[in-house]
Design a protein around this ligand. Structure first.
Ligand code: NAG
Ligand code: NAG
Ligand code: NAG
Ligand code: NAG
Ligand code: NAG
Ligand code: NAG
Ligand code: NAG
Length: 671
């Protein structure tokens, strides 16, 4: 059918009107097929210099299902036969590079063959680089930096295509074309306007800028670009003391998802090992987000850094303070002048302000050279207090602290006196003293004690009396001082070498105080009080056991007692005891009533006990039995006077004298 129709189609083709030209293609196709049904013409070959070596590469393609295809490559008259691949590598010496040549390829499939179209090229103009390999990526402030090996000294043109990373790769690809810069044999491009917080898939191709006919390289393999690690890992630490070493367990949260695309590694370093004390430098790289390490008792900083393909996080710095030591002793022996083995490391922390600052640490290890060790030993200062550490590195690279103590290379006397030396609560025989310790930088040695001295200024001999008090004290009560005396009191810190400057104060003890008299008065009173109570009780008891036997010897006393009792009951009405003039006829009453006090009583404080006591006293033989009587009479007479005639009072002057608050003395005078 086809062959029959042929003349008709040819005629149509000759007219070649518009769409009918398509038939020519059909015709051509049919002629090709007629040569051999298995052969489809290959594409025109492309030959280029790679710059990688001395060879040119020619590439073409062909659609075939046959496995056994052979190609012949033609450079005008030059023929390269029996090529089994769709490319060929030809040494440049075999080629005419600088004049135009016709270039084609002929394919042979079975008994049939087909030829590609011809193309005229100047080979030297055609350059194609190999696809970029080993691309390194890092996030900058303004974008993503991409670097890969440069092919030539000249800069290249690069095309970067990128796609935001998601599970299904649905995001759009974006393209950027930029000229590369060259830095230490690396091409470098910075792609701006990419978000650091996202992960991307990136591909690059490049081509030279110099040749007239540059070809784009193939695309590089897809590079996964994770988001920037903006934050340092959030590390939590638990530390446990284990027999001279510290087990430090660090854990942290995984890095954000977008930053973990590809893989994340962690790097851990500690300052102890980076100083080589006592174990050699260790940097740990690992994938998981926890780690256990060991450090000695001295202070250390541990840093954890997360790394991904695009960079690394800021370091998380864990400051592990030194293990506090409650009571550090002075060193009895150090290894400073000994030969050190490689596993031993000594550290001397300069205790300037009482705390150890790592910048002032002197480190001496057995690994250092002899000369270097000498220099280190010389750098240890006299009179400076050091915290001495002796560490060793155990077999499994665990640092262990063997010894800690306080060390002076050479001791001196304190530079300063104890501070703020002040007296307080001075009494006549003692004073409280307080002070602040000498700053440790001024101690310049271990204080063995304080020397506290006193000098009496007033006395002629000026004898200095000193005592030693503990170096740990900051106050002291100084006793056994003489009352009313001026003292110079001085305090100085003492080291093994000697005594430092003295802080001096002058105090005046108080004169012997009436406080003592008051105290003894109070004591006496107490004694008196107790004895009266006792007497009273005893008397009660006595009265119970031995009821009072009336004594015929002193019959006058019997009325006295109830009267006294009455008097006591009336004692609150003493104000009524105003004395009135006695009637003339009363005057004839006993003489002593007129001349001796009519009433004499002791009213210490009006307590019953006192009265009882008085009553007891009055019973004493040879006591004032007449007093009792006279009192009685006086009371009676006053009462009578009161009752009889009050008008008479004007004519009489009654004088009441109140003496010592205790005794009433009453005198009567007639005018
Ligand atoms: C091979 O076939 C594909 C599609 O079938 C086509 O795009 C391509 O151009 C063909 N190649 C050649 C050399 O004919
Ligand atoms: C190809 O040629 C060989 C001999 O050269 C012959 O034997 C074979 O039959 C031929 N094949 C076709 C498909 O013509
Ligand atoms: C690259 O540099 C060349 C000249 O060196 C310039 O002509 C070209 O425009 C540049 N291309 C880009 C994308 O900047
Ligand atoms: C502590 O370390 C010392 C010295 O290595 C060892 O002899 C001792 O057994 C250790 N003690 C413990 C509890 O591990
Ligand atoms: C740890 O780091 C802090 C702050 O950077 C620094 O002051 C300190 O000296 C360091 N400590 C050690 C033991 O390196
Ligand atoms: C007492 O101290 C003062 C000054 O603090 C000093 O001038 C004086 O000489 C001292 N007196 C004695 C006896 O040490
Ligand atoms: C104080 O101590 C020093 C040194 O220990 C000693 O020589 C001195 O006798 C002591 N003084 C007194 C008063 O105890």
């Amino acid at each position: 059918m086809i062959l029959l129709d042929f003349p008709l189609y040819l005629m149509e083709t000759l007219k070649c009107r518009g769409s009918l030209c398509g038939f020519v293609v059909v015709f051509m196709f049919l002629t090709t097929v007629s040569k051999g049904s298995a052969c489809h013409a290959p594409s025109t070959p492309q030959c280029f210099e790679t710059k990688a070596d001395e060879f040119y590469i020619c590439e073409w393609s062909m659609n075939t299902t046959e496995s056994d295809v052979m190609f012949d490559l033609y450079f005008k008259k030059n023929r390269f036969r029996n090529i089994k691949t769709t490319w060929s590598k030809i040494h440049r010496d075999k080629l005419n590079l600088f004049t135009p040549v016709d270039l084609w390829v002929e394919a042979h499939v079975g008994n049939s063959s087909c030829t590609s179209t011809k193309k005229s090229v100047i080979l030297s103009n055609t350059v194609k680089y190999e696809a970029p390999q080993k691309i390194s990526i890092s996030w900058l402030k303004n974008g993503l930096k991409l670097r890969w090996a440069a092919v030539e000294q000249n800069s290249a043109l690069a095309e970067v295509r990128f796609q935001r990373h998601d599970e299904h790769h649905t995001e759009l690809w974006e393209n950027r074309t930029t000229n590369t810069t060259i830095e230490s044999s690396m091409y470098q491009v910075i792609v701006t306007n990419m978000s650091k917080h996202s992960a991307y898939r990136v591909q690059i191709r490049h081509r030279p800028t110099q040749p007239r006919n540059p070809l784009w390289s193939d695309w590089s393999p897809v590079v996964m670009v994770p988001a920037e690690l903006e934050r340092s890992p959030e590390v939590s630490v638990t530390t446990r003391l284990v027999n001279g070493t510290r087990r430090v367990m660090l854990t942290w949260k995984p890095m954000p998802h977008t930053a973990s695309v590809g893989k994340v590694n962690y790097t851990l370093k500690d300052t102890q090992s980076s100083r080589g004390c006592p174990c050699e430098e260790r940097t740990h790289h690992f994938k998981w987000n926890k780690y256990t390490t060991y450090i000695s008792y001295s202070a250390a900083n541990i840093s954890v850094i997360a790394r991904n393909a695009a960079g690394y996080s800021p370091p998380a710095i864990i400051q592990v303070p030194a293990v506090p030591a409650a009571d550090l002793k002075s060193c009895d022996k150090t290894l400073l002048n000994e030969k050190l083995n490689k596993q031993t490391c000594l550290e001397l922390y300069d205790l300037q302000d009482g705390d150890s600052r790592s910048e002032n640490v002197i480190t001496l290890t057995g690994r250092k050279k002899k000369k270097e060790r000498e220099q280190i030993r010389e750098s240890i200062k006299d009179y400076v207090r050091y915290l001495y550490f002796e560490h060793t590195c155990d077999g499994d690279r665990k640092p262990r602290t063997v010894k800690r103590c306080l060390f002076y290379k050479k001791e001196g006397v304190p530079l300063r006196e104890p501070q703020d030396f002040t007296p307080s609560s001075e009494t006549d025989h003692s004073v409280d003293l307080s002070w602040k310790a000498i700053p440790s930088v001024d101690q310049r040695g271990f204080l063995t004690h304080y020397s506290l001295c006193r000098v009496k200024i007033s006395s002629q001999e000026e004898h200095k009396d000193c005592q030693n008090i503990s170096a740990s004290l900051i106050n002291h009560r100084l006793e056994n001082l003489t009352p009313g005396t001026k003292y110079n009191i001085s305090l100085a810190g003492v080291t093994r070498v000697g005594e430092g400057p003295r802080a001096t104060i002058t105090i005046n003890t108080q004169p012997k105080k009436p406080v003592n008299v008051l105290w003894s008065l109070l004591f006496l009173f107490g004694f008196f009080f107790i004895s009266t109570v006792c007497t009273f009780i005893l008397k009660r008891i006595k009265n119970k056991i031995f009821p009072p036997v009336p004594t015929p010897v002193i019959p006058d006393f019997t009325p006295c007692q109830p009267e006294s009792q009455q008097m006591l009951e009336r004692k609150e009405e003493v104000h009524e005891l105003t004395l009135h003039q006695l009637h003339p006829e009363r005057k004839s009453l006993p003489e002593d009533a007129e001349e001796t006090p009519v009433f004499r009583g002791k009213w210490d404080d009006g307590t019953d006990e006192d009265a009882e006591d008085e009553r007891g006293d009055s019973r004493m033989p040879g006591g004032s039995s007449d007093e009792c009587l006279s009192t009685d009479q006086a009371l009676r007479s006053s009462r009578e006077g009161e009752m009889t005639d009050m008008d008479q009072v004007d004519n009489e002057i009654a004088m009441l004298i109140y003496r010592n608050g205790l005794v009433f003395d009453v005198k009567t005078d007639s005018t």
